[in-house]
Design a protein around this ligand. Structure first.
Ligand SMILES: [Zn+2]
Length: 219
């Protein structure tokens, strides 16, 4: 069963929404799609949400092109057209949003200060974020300065603007006036101050490769 309309991503319009009443638009074995969703699927290094659809735990959320597919337990009884409640684990999502934004600010500062460095990976979990890049020497000496500058952005508690740059193709960006504008399809905070206090740690992950870990000091 296929429908032409793509899932409406409410997590962009309101990234703070934790409950949604919507409709099942397709069911293929244990995989379903929804008319609208607040349930983020792994993308851009940000992990998927955890939560439930129609009371069934979501085992996996997978984004493919512009659609999001949710895997439910085999015994689910959902049918096309069913009204369902979607719930997400907000504590987890909020930490993901705070760490995601913190990592983006740190990456922006690193890119400005380590000219010619190449990002080779990034991952955001609810515990911590990490950014990996190619750089010929230890970044340990630079981290205190980068941490201080990033903290300055958070402590200023200014607005984060999140908008489409190209709505039909679902291209989005965030912007902090006077700091940066960055293309990203993740879920973003409203104010930089929501990040709170951060801590940066350096890890060596092989010759010519450096990792910066970002931790939240506040729970
Ligand atoms: Zn982002």
């Amino acid at each position: 069963m296929k429908e032409n309309t793509m899932t409406e991503k409410v997590f962009w319009k309101n990234p703070y929404q934790t409950h949604l009443e919507t409709e099942v638009t397709s069911v293929l074995n244990n995989v379903t799609t929804l008319k609208e969703t607040i349930f983020y699927a792994f993308s851009g290094g940000q992990e998927s949400d955890k939560g439930s659809i129609g009371g069934f735990p979501v085992m996996e959320a997978r984004k493919s092109d512009k659609e999001i597919f949710y895997s439910l337990p085999e015994h689910h009884d959902l049918k096309v057209g069913d009204s369902v409640a979607v719930e997400i684990d907000w504590n987890r999502r909020y930490r993901l949003m705070r760490l995601h934004f913190a990592a983006e600010v740190v990456l922006e500062l690193m890119t400005q200060q380590l000219m010619g460095s190449t990002k080779i990976g990034a991952h955001i979990s609810a515990e911590k974020a990490r950014i990996d890049f190619e750089w010929p020497e230890s970044i340990a000496g630079r981290l205190p300065n980068i941490q201080e500058q990033a903290q300055g952005v958070f402590d200023a508690n200014v607005n984060i603007i999140s908008e489409f740059s190209d709505e039909p193709n679902e291209k989005r960006y965030w912007k902090v006036e006077g700091f940066a504008q960055v293309p990203c399809g993740g879920t973003h905070l409203k104010q930089t101050g929501e990040v709170g206090q951060i801590q940066l740690k350096r890890k060596n992950i092989g010759k010519g490769k450096e990792r910066a870990e970002i931790l939240l000091v506040n729970p």
